[in-house]
Design a protein around this ligand. Structure first.
Ligand SMILES: C[S@@+](CC[C@H](N)C(=O)[O-])C[C@H]1O[C@@H](n2cnc3c(N)ncnc32)[C@H](O)[C@@H]1O
Length: 527
């Protein structure tokens, strides 16, 4: 178990956090959002310097390092259990572009150098004001000119009706002996009883009741780190934007794509409410419309500019756009809170018809004969709306398209080139975790479920012969039970299990494996 750091400053430090991959931290995504908002992003190529403060087990940091082998990645965390895990993984995967610093923010070496991206996820709201000052000092000293800080935090108004849940958990946790995990478990049991009794707190505040329902299913390590820290704050966006302005850093966008577009946050009749507002007021008003409780914000010293399409392209020419939804069709409709938005007609039809599974840069799209009827500004707008509505994805480079046809797969005919990915398959063997596999083509990780990871491991070692039977045997050996779709009943009969495995393997071969081949995570060797 973890030894507590000397300078925990009220942060829960007697239990570890939990692993998790966060695609919002991928450099290509951060750079796209900055460019979308007229902020010139740092170059994305070789030498990109990335620092994560409070990186936990480093799931995201290490996956991004493996995906961007020409970049340099540094992770800081003060919990020994996290740091030891990262060091073990770095050694086991041979990642040569990762530096792990086991220290608290206040004692970071001052000769760290400068970084193009400094990310803090799950830190800013959960630490003391003094620790936030240390973070500001790090940003002042180590964010390179033109660099971007990514900061996540709890915000208002979404937390307003949820605050009693936090108080209640802390109330019960304070009355129990034991480590943070034992205290959080005991507290949740008390809160669960109140929820089951539908006391007025939950009856009158359905969002608080829903939160409790989610927490009862959540990993208690998460609950401990979210709720038991002595210091905790849900900010108004304007206040955070003000704090960063004090560092000379302006707001450069939100990593949650659609939140960058006022019409996707607020219904059209409220458009006039936003007229003439400054950035801080706009962001805060958007949060009221969407009842935001969490934000992924970018900050940069580089001012926002209004760009022509050519300038927008020049700011990040390497970004590639590709269909995010297999078999996507138009109209493509999304519902975000009170907003329903749809994409249909030109140029979306022409764009979607063209774009397929290949990644396209803006420059490629401007030159495409199929889009010749549309001015570049319309193409840029259609791409941005496609990204904001989840129709398109943004990547740091081109993927492989077309991919080779796959009929049967002989043993040894598929390879997983990155040691990081080979280790991820073995490490997460049926552990109920998503498995983040690094793609050096996209510069980000791609997550697959643990069952799919087990199938991939089977396929690369033994080929596709008798694959469902082998998967069933593997599940039995790991004492892992699949559940029947509709009833949730555990499948115990072997025949039924093999049938379920046939379905899962079929789905893997039809959808998951092609995507892994496209992203170069799996490659086909000559049979
Ligand atoms: C909620 S976790 C988030 C971890 C990771 N970023 C993620 O999203 O999975 C916050 C992390 O910040 C680290 N942390 C908190 N205060 C710190 C400090 N003063 N110095 C260094 N690390 C700190 C904790 O150990 C923890 O791993």
């Amino acid at each position: 178990m973890t030894t507590s750091p000397a300078h925990a400053d009220g942060y829960v430090s007697d239990v570890a956090y939990l692993p998790g991959y966060y695609p919002f931290m991928a450099p290509a995504r951060i750079r796209y959002v900055a460019a979308l908002n007229g902020v010139r992003p740092p170059a994305g190529g070789p030498g990109l310097r990335f620092l994560e403060l409070g990186c936990g087990f480093g799931t995201t940091l290490l996956a991004l390092a493996a995906s961007n082998p020409a970049g340099e990645f540094t992770g800081v965390d003060f919990l020994p259990a996290h740091v030891e895990h990262m060091r073990r993984e770095v050694a086991a995967t041979g990642l040569g572009n990762v530096r792990v610093l086991g220290t608290d923010f206040a004692h970071l070496p001052t000769d760290l150098g400068q970084f193009d991206i400094i990310a803090l996820h799950g830190v800013f709201s959960w630490v003391s004001p003094e620790t936030r000052e240390s973070i500001f000092g790090i940003l002042r000293r180590h964010l390179a000119p033109g660099g971007i800080a990514e900061v996540t935090y709890n915000c208002m108004p979404g937390w307003a009706s949820l605050l009693p849940v936090r108080s209640l958990i802390r109330h019960f946790a304070a009355r129990v002996e034991g480590d943070s995990l034992a205290r959080v478990r005991a507290a949740l049991a008390e809160v669960a009883a109140l929820r089951a009794a539908d006391i007025p707190l939950f009856h009158d505040q359905p969002l608080a009741a829903q939160l409790v329902d989610r927490l009862l299913k959540a990993d208690p390590h998460y609950v401990a780190h979210e709720y038991l820290n002595e210091h905790w704050a849900a900010f108004d966006a304007a206040d955070v934007i003000g704090m960063f302005a004090g560092l000379g850093l302006g707001h450069a966008g939100r990593a949650t794509y659609h939140h960058n577009h006022v019409p996707l946050c607020s219904p059209p009749q409220f458009g006039p409410q936003f007229a003439g507002l400054d950035l801080a007021a706009t962001e805060t008003l958007k949060d009221f419309h969407i009842n935001a409780m969490f934000r992924w914000d970018l900050f940069s010293a580089t001012p926002r500019e209004t760009w022509s399409p050519a300038e927008r392209v020049a700011a990040a020419p390497d970004l590639h756009f590709r269909k995010a939804i297999r078999n996507a069709t138009l109209p493509h409709t999304v519902k975000y809170g009170a907003v329903t938005a749809g994409l249909a007609g030109p140029p979306h039809e022409e764009l979607l018809g063209l774009i397929g599974n290949r990644g396209w840069t803006f420059t490629d799209l401007f030159a495409a004969a199929e889009l010749a009827a549309f001015p570049p500004a319309d193409i840029v707008e259609a791409i941005d709306l496609g990204v904001a509505t989840g129709l398109l994805r943004v990547e740091g480079g081109p993927v492989i398209d077309p991919i080779p046809p796959l009929e049967s797969i002989a043993p040894g005919s598929l390879d997983i080139p990155l040691p990081f990915n080979r280790r991820a398959l073995v490490r997460e063997n049926l552990a109920n975790e998503q498995v983040a596999l690094a793609s050096t083509l996209t510069g980000a990780a791609h997550e697959i479920g643990d069952l799919h990871a087990a199938i991939l491991d089977e396929l690369t070692t033994g080929g596709s012969d008798r694959l469902p039977l082998r998967l069933a045997d593997r599940l039995i050996a790991a004492d892992k039970h699949l559940r029947e779709h509709t009833t949730g009943r555990p499948i115990t009969d072997r025949g039924e299990l093999v049938h379920a495995c046939q379905e899962i393997c079929g789905e893997f071969l039809a959808t998951v494996l092609p995507e892994l081949l496209r992203q170069g995570i799996v490659v086909r060797l000559e049979d």
